[in-house]
Each structure stands twice: as structure tokens, then as C-alpha cells.
Ligand binder design. Structure first.
Ligand code: KG4
Ligand code: ZN
Length: 378
């Protein structure tokens, strides 16, 4: 039996979790900073580091207490090395290093994106007692990332990842957040746009699909593999144009003023200040993001002959996205796997789960481990 305590602090959640044998969650504590960043409509890096510093010790203690263990009992500590905000990552890394050193335990560095993939692998293993069919295609779709990976496993049991697509500009979650900010809705934008979209018509205003085609085998390097890239900044600009051409600024400003007194506004607070035009715009925007993600991901699964599909990251908690991916995947006879909603957004259970095969293989970090803001996977 192996106990791993994972720590995650790459963006705006301070999280710690204890996972047994890479599959059983003994605790999963997440302290969110949403209230801190809400007035700014996005994550403010300096504030994020300060909040991590405040939260890290109590969050780790709570994770150990909820798991019913003493820190001395863990077999290893695992921590997110990157990608993410450098100052935020450093808080988790410094504390994990100090714990590992003080308690004489190994320290394991985990890529945050690998964590999002293991959020799904962990639950699948737990529920079915076996791995999902490989090779899998993984779509990681969050506020910082929109990446496609081909996931395989070596005969020695190492998980391997090949990046086959990424966003060339904004991440999908970032587009949700920016559109929400533009329309004076709350932060993060995804959950509120999802709720309000149920009141709008997704076919009211067709949005431009991003024009990036799968890069074909290049003439310069005929051996290069084709990739499946995304772009969401055009969609964000289309919403901005729509706001301008429909003279919506005054209504937006009135909404902003009306909502300023409410600390954590919900859909019901916004609804009296939203006209049908805006609700239709939100539904059409969400539909465009979902259909773009779906189209490119499905093409990749067909061309790469994937045996299963993993969809993970904050945006993967979107109900419309889940509905559409399930419908299309079942049409294609492809099993699709999502994390439970609790493991869709940033958490440390996924970091501890991703660390388990590294513990088995003895892949440990040394005392020089540092934050890698732009760390790549695969
Ligand atoms: O994975 P995550 O917690 O943090 C990052 O690694 O970025 O994802 C947060 C992102 C935010 O951009 C948020 O707007 C988006 O995920 N998000 C959603 C939903 N819930 C969170 N986007 C669309 N629909 C949702 N229900
Ligand atoms: Zn994430």
C-alpha cells in the first residue's frame, strides 16, 4: 500500500489530497480564491501567490486530517511543477520540498496537464478495476490550456503522451472568461455562461468556426505528423463586434452598476438585467466553442485510430459540452470518459494519482526542483 500526499498550486486553487495506490481518494481539499479575483474578472498573479501562502499550511493539514493520517505516514509527497503561474507554483513546490526534506520522504514532480489526464484514469481504475482502452486521445480544456494528447502506456507501465494539438491563442476557458467579463458577468465565466445559455437559443447567431485546418504533412518536413490546432480569439472578437454593432454597451454598463453591490452574483441575480439578445448571444457563443472542440477532437480520434476519448479540465464540467461529446462519441462507437465534476477543475488528487506510477518507478525530484511556468507535456 502506498500513500501519496499531492499538492497543487498552479493557478487560483490551493489544493492537497491523499491518494492510496494511485486510485483511492482518502481526502481531497481545495481552497478556491475565486472571491479574491472576482472583482478583477481574472486571476491576478500577485494576489494568487499571496493567497497560496496563506492557505497552503492549513490545506495540507486538513488533507492529512480528513484522510486520518499523520504526515509521517505518507510514502511520498507529489507537487505540480508546471505549467502555471511561477509565483503560485513556487509556493506549493517550496512547501512540498520542505515537508519531504523534514520527514525524509521522496518528492515527485508532476506536470499539471498529466494530472488532468490522471483525474480520469484514477476514477476509471477505481470504478472498473482496469485501465480505459488505449491508445486514448485526451482533450485538456481549461482556463490555461486547450491541448490534445495521444495517451499510451509502455510495456514497462510508463504513461506516455504525444501532443497532437493545442490552441494557437486563447484557451477555451479563457474565451469563456473574457466574454463573461466583456458582458459584465461574473468570474469565472464558464459556469455562469453555461447557466444563462439554457435561457438562450444556441442557433440564434452562428459564430465563425476557427479556420485552422489540421496541419497536413509539411513540404519542408514530410515526416512531420499532422496536428490538430485550435483558435478561440476570433470567436471572442466576433462577440465584441456583435456588442458594438448591436449597441449593447449601455445595457452592459447598467448591468455592471446594478450588480456591483452583490458579492457573489448568481444566475438569478443577472437574469433581471439580461435581455433575450444577450442570452441568445451567450448560448450561440457556448455552442460555437463546444462544436469547434468536438469537430477537431473527433477528427483526431478517427485519423489517429484512438480506442477511447478523455475530456478533462475546467471546461469539461460544461453540461452542453458533455452532452455533445457523449452523443457524437456514441455515434462513432467510441467510449468517452470525463472526470467527476469535483475532479474536473484543479485539484491535488489528480496530482497524487499521476505521481503513483513515478513512485513505483522510483522517479524522484531532487533538491533543485523549481517551478516551470511553461512546462510542456510530451
Ligand atoms: O481546470 P481549471 O480549474 O483551471 C485551469 O487550469 O485553468 O479551469 C478553469 C476554467 C475557467 O476558465 C472557467 O471559466 C472554465 O474552466 N470553466 C467552465 C465551466 N466551469 C469552469 N467553462 C465552461 N463551462 C463550465 N461549466
Ligand atoms: Zn488545470
Amino acid at each position: 500500500m502506498a500513500l501519496i500526499l499531492g499538492i497543487e498550486s498552479s493557478c487560483d486553487e490551493t489544493a492537497a489530497a491523499v491518494v492510496r495506490d494511485g486510485e483511492e481518494l482518502l481526502s481531497n481539499v481545495v481552497s478556491s480564491q475565486i472571491a479574491t479575483h472576482l472583482p478583477y474578472g481574472g486571476v491576478v498573479p500577485e494576489l494568487a501567490s499571496r493567497e497560496h501562502l496563506r492557505a497552503i499550511v492549513p490545506v495540507v493539514r486538513q488533507a492529512a486530517a480528513e484522510a486520518g493520517i499523520q504526515l509521517e505516514q505518507v510514502d511520498a509527497f507529489a507537487v505540480t511543477q508546471g505549467p502555471g503561474l511561477a509565483g503560485s507554483l513556487l509556493v506549493g513546490i517550496t512547501y512540498a520540498k520542505a515537508l519531504a526534506f523534514a520527514l525524509n520522504k521522496p518528492l515527485i514532480a508532476v506536470n499539471h496537464l498529466e494530472g488532468h489526464i490522471h483525474a480520469v484514469l484514477l476514477e476509471q481504475r477505481r470504478q472498473q478495476g482496469e485501465e480505459l482502452p488505449l491508445p486514448a486521445l485526451a482533450l485538456i480544456v481549461s482556463g490555461g490550456h486547450t491541448h490534445l494528447y495521444e495517451v499510451t502506456r509502455s510495456p514497462q507501465g510508463h504513461w506516455e503522451y504525444r501532443n497532437v494539438g493545442r490552441t494557437l491563442d486563447d484557451a477555451a476557458g479563457e474565451a469563456f472568461d473574457k466574454v463573461a467579463k466583456l458582458l459584465a458577468l461574473s468570474y469565472p465565466g464558464g459556469p455562469i455562461i453555461e447557466k444563462l445559455s439554457t435561457r438562450g437559443n444556441p442557433r440564434a447567431f452562428p459564430m465563425p468556426a476557427s479556420q485552422i485546418k489540421a496541419r497536413q504533412k509539411s513540404r519542408v518536413d514530410p515526416e512531420a505528423e499532422p496536428t490538430y490546432d485550435f483558435s478561440f480569439s476570433g470567436l471572442k472578437t466576433a462577440v465584441l463586434r456583435f456588442v458594438e454593432t448591436h449597441a449593447m454597451q449601455d445595457v452592459i454598463e447598467r448591468r455592471r452598476k446594478a450588480l456591483t453591490g452583490i458579492s457573489n452574483p448568481q444566475a438569478e441575480d443577472f437574469l433581471p438585467h439580461l435581455d433575450q439578445l444577450t442570452l441568445d448571444l451567450l448560448a450561440s457563443f457556448q455552442e460555437a466553442v463546444v462544436q469547434d472542440l468536438l469537430r477537431k477532437t473527433l477528427r483526431a480520434t478517427t485519423e489517429l485510430e484512438s480506442e477511447s476519448l478523455i475530456v478533462s479540465g475546467g471546461v469539461a464540467s460544461n453540461s452542453r459540452l458533455r452532452e455533445e461529446f457523449v452523443r457524437a462519441a456514441s455515434h462513432n462507437g467510441l467510449p468517452v470518459f470525463f472526470p467527476s465534476r469535483a475532479l474536473s477543475t484543479d485539484n491535488a488528487a489528480m496530482i497524487a494519482a499521476a505521481a503513483y506510477p513515478k513512485l513505483m518507478a522510483g522517479e524522484f525530484a531532487d533538491e533543485h526542483l523549481s517551478a516551470e511556468a511553461s512546462l510542456r507535456l510530451g
